[in-house]
Design a protein around this ligand. Structure first.
Ligand code: ADP
Ligand code: ZN
Ligand code: ZN
Length: 725
């Protein structure tokens, strides 16, 4: 019997299926070791056959099985075919997407695991090792390909003696992996609500339908309750469910709601898990111990069988589109799996993306609306404050009078307030007033952000830290100007204004530790009165009944991000943040500070008029020929060599230009330019932007041009990108 094998080498030259002689018990979906060009590599059996077109004298045998039970199930294998066809991925990349690295490189069971990696460059290693130590050579070649690998697995493959010799020679390092198993599993008391009429109707329409639904419901309209009821029904029928949420809404609150509704049946997958935890959760799903998967984007690949429903909550969230290779889009993958299992796919949001709502209007999706909050409470009133008036009145602080008045009232009533500012740190830059010097990152073309607590300047793109400026390094002046304020500064100012009120801060800096996120939230929820200051992190997934005031300090930040989604994104953000208020009381209040009080985004947002906003926005998109009436595709080219990046960009552009003749009149815009941020982590960045009438053939041509150009540069193609930095 012959096994058709995809080798685990991410390289176009070997992006094919290779035939090997299998064992009697070789099965489709197994990981195997195979000889490959004088090396031993891991591969995946994707099919078996009685025949082969290979030369029988040359065909080699599989060395050994790495699994007794195939890791790739039938549906997941079909999914990889879909990924290859739909996103033009290499076969090995498609498999890497569906099998997390902790599973591909297994051995996570053992308590004492070590990770080894190459610590010298490959040429040095080859020269030092010499030609005769074949196993050692293979091992370093393997490592340079893989980055790092499990110690025991490497010993299995290349012999313990060779691996230890390499460690002794200082070619590779061996480090113990710390184990932190058992992700947090909290339970709240189980609440089984009697569904409202609109909730029951929604459930009835969706149940067991092989269709895609858009569940459009205001914040607090009981969407999550609808999801859980449908999941419950699926479980009763012996089926399973995947529920996807944006990474930042995967809050302890959300997890405990699921854990208490579906005790010991929920597996959670998110980026905060240790490798071991992720492996364990994956195994629980794989063997059928968990029937509900709750997770961020990549949980859409969970090895769960017999799906009864897939849910994408906050479907408009930008985290559903992968921002690095291999490219994929969660909606499309979910759609594939829902159709494969003949089950419903539910896209839920209070502020659906324009593209999704457009599909619902065209009848491609089925629209279901939940227009009211469950408890009949009004949405909190949003008051728009023109900051220009404040400045004219002599108020140059970040807080307008109405904001302070409302905050004071909220505190007097012993309630809680949330203040939203989408910028972390103390000030967005430091600059010399005398000579104009601005502190920038050595490796990135961006200003450094001042973090007062740490007395540091930090690069928010690469993480590099620098000492804060006390004087200008260029002219020695001590007259330093601070940029726009961030969360740290807001907290500092608030402490002066409200010295006796506990103030909590939630942003990337305060949520580093494993349970930091949860700790901040549970302290906040237990403290009254109190104020929570935070970035986008506070905008989602929280349901704190005593929040009666929400302040949006600088809404314009996202409005002036000049890409086609900035209006849409601002509308969504304002609605989400405002939605945190008034879950118990009717007189909750929101203050939105802006310098553009008449902007239609704010007008519609303050009236909770999604449909009004949609109509206006979609008309604008139609007249200016933007998505969904066109596609925008960006090819991002980056390299440490500026010239190489530039030349490659030119080369790709030339090829793309030919598509203009191939698809006359369909390509509206096609241009190359430096990216808005010209350098990140020492890599120069260029982009080709194109806008064309929606046509999958054109998309695939662009994909294949970008994939075909092989240079020492990294190339990333994005369709309708969420940001263009
Ligand atoms: P959404 O997901 O639309 O924001 P949730 O499902 O989180 O809404 O519901 C908002 C709040 O209302 C939650 O506290 C939830 O427990 C409660 N809730 C939901 N449905 C009902 C119901 N039918 N009866 C009473 N309370 C409900
Ligand atoms: Zn200076
Ligand atoms: Zn940097």
């Amino acid at each position: 019997m012959y096994a058709k094998v995809v080798v685990d080498i991410p390289n176009d030259a070997v992006d094919r299926v290779f035939d090997y002689i299998g064992f009697d018990d070789t099965q489709v979906g197994m990981r195997v070791l195979v000889p490959f060009a004088n090396r031993t590599v891991m591969g995946y059996v994707i099919a078996l056959s009685e025949t082969t077109d290979c030369d029988l004298k040359k065909i080699k045998s599989i060395i050994k099985h790495l699994d007794s039970v195939p890791k790739l199930k039938t549906e997941i294998l079909s999914l990889t075919d879909y990924l290859v066809g739909h996103f033009f991925l290499r076969k090995s990349d498609a498999i890497r997407l569906v099998l997390p690295s902790c599973v591909r490189n297994d051995n996570q069971h053992e308590q004492n695991r070590f990770l080894i990696s190459l610590i010298v460059d490959i040429d040095t290693a080859i020269n030092t090792i010499g030609k005769r130590a074949k196993n050692q050579l293979s091992a370093v070649a393997f490592l340079s390909e893989q980055g790092e690998a499990d110690y025991t697995r490497m010993c299995d493959m290349f012999g313990r003696a060779s691996i230890n010799a390499l460690i002794e020679k200082g070619m590779i390092s061996k480090e113990k992996i710390r184990k932190l198993r058992a992700p947090i599993s909290m339970k709240s008391k189980s609440e089984n609500h009697q569904l409202t009429n609109s909730q029951s109707e929604a459930v009835e329409q969706i149940t067991n339908q092989d269709k895609t639904f858009l569940l459009h419901g205001v914040t607090g309209s009981g969407k999550t309750e609808v999801y859980m009821t449908i999941i419950e029904q699926a479980l009763k029928e012996g089926k399973t469910a995947i529920m996807l949420v944006p990474e930042i809404s995967l809050t302890p609150q959300m997890m405990s709601r699921f854990n208490s509704r579906f005790p010991s049946d929920v597996a959670v997958l998110h980026s905060g898990l240790s490798e071991g935890e992720r492996f364990d959760e994956w195994e629980r799903i794989f063997v059928g111990d968990a029937h509900v998967v709750l997770g961020a984007r990549s949980a859409v690949f969970a090895p769960i069988e017999n799906l009864g429903v897939i849910i994408i909550d906050e479907e408009h969230d930008s985290s559903y589109v992968s921002e690095s290779n291999p490219r994929f889009n969660t909606h499309d993958v979910a759609e594939f799996r829902a159709r494969y299992n003949h089950c419903p796919l539910i896209l839920g949001s209070a502020t659906p993306s324009i593209e999704t709502f457009n599909k619902a209007q065209k009848g491609i999706y089925n629209l279901i609306s939940l227009p009211e909050r469950v408890n009949g409470l009004n949405m909190p009133k949003i008051e728009i404050i023109d900051m220009l008036n404040e400045v004219m009145d002599g108020n140059t602080t970040p807080f307008s009078k109405p904001l302070l008045n409302n905050l004071q009232k909220c505190i007097d009533e012993k309630n809680q307030a949330m203040l939203f500012i989408n910028r972390r740190g103390f000030a967005s830059f430091m600059m010399c007033r005398e000579c104009g010097y601005r502190a920038k990152c050595d490796d990135c073309e961006v200003s450094l952000v001042y973090h007062k607590e740490d007395k540091e300047l930090k690069c928010h793109f690469c993480g590099k830290r620098y000492r804060a400026l006390t004087h200008c390094p260029s002219c020695n002046s001590t007259d330093i100007k601070y940029g726009a304020l961030g969360t740290e500064r807001v907290c500092e100012d608030l402490k002066k204004l409200f010295p006796s009120v506990p103030i909590f801060r939630m942003d990337n800096d305060t949520t580093r530790g494993k349970n930091a996120h949860q700790n901040i939230l549970s302290e906040f929820s237990a403290t009254k009165p109190s104020i929570l200051v935070g970035t986008q992190m506070i905008a989602k997934g929280h349901d704190y009944p005593d929040v009666s005031f929400v302040g949006i300090l600088d809404a314009d930040v996202s409005l002036y991000n000049s890409d086609f989604k900035s209006n849409e994104r601002t509308f969504q953000l304002v609605t989400q943040v405002a939605g945190r208020a008034g879950r118990k009381t009717d007189n909750a209040h929101v203050v939105l500070q802006t310098y553009a009080p008449k902007h239609y985004v704010y007008r519609f947002a303050s009236n909770y008029d999604y449909l009004g906003f949609y109509d206006k926005e979609v008309n604008l998109r139609q007249t200016t020929q933007f998505p969904p009436y066109t596609n925008i595709l960006r090819i991002l080219i980056s390299s440490v060599s500026d010239n190489l990046a530039k030349d490659t960009t030119k080369e790709i552009l030339d090829e793309c230009m030919m598509l203009k003749t191939k698809f006359p009149g369909e390509i509206i815009f096609l241009q190359a330019m430096p990216s808005p941020i010209k350098r990140i982590q020492s890599k120069y960045r260029y982009q080709i932007l194109t806008r064309y009438l929606p046509n999958d053939k054109i998309t695939s041509e662009f994909y294949s041009i970008a994939d075909r150009i092989k240079k020492d540069v990294s190339i990333f193609v994005e369709l309708n990108p969420n940001n263009l930095r």
